[in-house]
Write a protein that binds this ligand. Sequence first.
Ligand code: FEO
Ligand code: CA
Ligand code: CA
Length: 706
Amino acid sequence: MPDFNRRLLPLLGHSGGSRDAMTCLYRCGNACDHPAPNGSDNPYLGDVVNAEMTRRGVVRAGAVGAMVLGFGGSALAAASPAMAAPVETAPLGGALGHGHHPQKAGKLTFETVAPNTLDQVSIPAGYRSSVVIRWGDPVVPGAPAFQIGNQTAAAQAKQFGYNNDFVGVVPLPGCGGDRALLVVNHEYTNENLMFPGFTTLDALGVEQLKIAMAAHGLSVVEIERVGRTGEWKPVKGRKLRYNRRITALETEFKLTGPVAGSALVRTAADPAGKIVIGTLNNCSGGVTPWGTVLSGEENFNQYFVGGDGAPADAKPKLARYGISTTARYPSDSRKWDRAQERFDLAKHPNEANRFGWIVEVDPFDPEGRPRKHTAMGRLKHEGANVIVAKNGKVVAYMGDDERFDYLYKFVSDKKYIDSDAPWARKHNLTLLESGTLYVAKVTGDSDPAEIDGTGKLPADGRFDGKGQWIKLVSGNTSFVPGFTAVDVLTFTRLAGDAVGATKMDRPEDVQPSLRTGKIYAAMTNNTNRGVGTNAKPDEANPRNANKHGHIFEITEDRGDHTGTGFTWQLPIVCGDPAAADTYFGGYDKTAVSPISCPDNVAFDSAGNLWISTDGNALGSNDGLFATPIEGKERGHLRQFLTVPKGAETCGPFITSDDKSVFVAVQHPGEITGASVEKPASVWPDGGFAKPGVVVTWHKDGRPIGS
Ligand code: FEO
Ligand code: CA
Ligand code: CA
């Protein structure tokens, strides 16, 4: 490998761990400056639950049914035969006939992109990329042209929002794989970089707060393929039936599941506890086999004030979710109570309970209320990704992105119907409304004395072991002593504490491979691991002060995604490959790229693992990486793309014809001291920085990565 791939670059002014101080403030309310909210000592679980786990562990093996899916309702039936092995399906191009030639696993031949600090999207030779859409571009018909000096909440509510994170591409039925709906999360806003003349958050006017609220949420944008290439552009000049903005400001959401209507979510504005205004801090997500998008409400804590005035019995629960209960105005609060009183917990203590859910958006129902599924639990949800189990139930894997928090899975009560008939889709839309929620507990198979915190492999040569999915709640039945079902679902973190779940190093995106059925979770970092009185390293989180993160691979026992037993390994322990504490599946480390802070994971049709990063602590810009994950090439990880200065790489989304990879460039130029007038990045248009979505394709139409 060329020497430049391993050259370390000077740090870019990152504070503390690996993220810029400005990102820490705006994205997660300086979470790293506070003690991690998980203060539990995780007592072991009672016999009742263990007995239940044992019983369930023997069911379902050998069951038959459809395995999973790519994306999109239509064309799905033709593309997903009932079979026990995972399938590559794929409405875009593949089943619809534009020469879909799935790659063979292990054939990643692109030219490695070197670490760099350039203010551009860097891609391998032979590839092309373009901006699909960026902050301020029109989404809803009638949206005014963006003017940074003349922003209004009404305009922003029709324009593409700020800080794009998750990217999903849902094919439009009957369009030959050439038209699709791009669904994007807008996680948070950075007012320093949005408003000319910004001084402090306190000095923002109410209209500016409302602009920020309108810049949160999601966008649905109809896009079309450019010619026969892998490039995509927004559709213009046609009736845009599905284009939509969903915002924190005014979009109504319906609560579903056991918590809907309960006392914990009733407020003065919604005494029935069923309709919530807005969604907050939507980070990552997933596309379901029935063509909807799931979106995780993550760091919702930073939007609330007045936790000091909340009822005494609510305070420990608020604190477990990172909300201050000692200060009215925590220094990192966005103080949105100045625009909408509901964000004041002293007056409306239940409002916080209405955020932290998995949201399901049906992009084909532009007038409908998106739903918040309470049966899937309330955490700082990174996202959710669904696989159809052998028995037809759907299983969603989820991470709670906080230091020392947990991994979860949800198993539906009902079974997926593999049809795009309207009646079948109507049924599938209810799958996430009822089911069983589990949290992960893992153990290593090596002597704990061998896990010394340095990252040194134990004598058996692998960080690996076994795990159990501990049942927390099923429908209205709680399996956690002292908790009702509504308690478990609303205060899921505390339920995880009570059953002794395993404290992980910030679980971000969790995604099943549709080719192997194995599940991959990004542990992005945890600089508190093993520090002071914090939890010590264990085989699943083996490094002290884990700056660079690792990948956690789960293999469900007997390939049964609805079961309760699994084995696990760490295929990649990130960092500088020249450092002794890194591991790349046993592959020759001189041939891999440095990688730090894995955040999002995805797969191409060959089953290669793609990883995007957030917070490179090695001094380079963030990027997108790819590696085969099976066979001799397992761990041969190389950098495919880098994003501009100050940005993280989000998405990624690879279309199932493998012709296009979408990434979201989130918070370009977010470096302390930057402003509109003094930008640290001018990507993509010059002048000042704008978050935006980029598509990359091979100039000859070859599969991405070849
Ligand atoms: Fe929004 Fe977990 O990153
Ligand atoms: Ca081991
Ligand atoms: Ca993330």
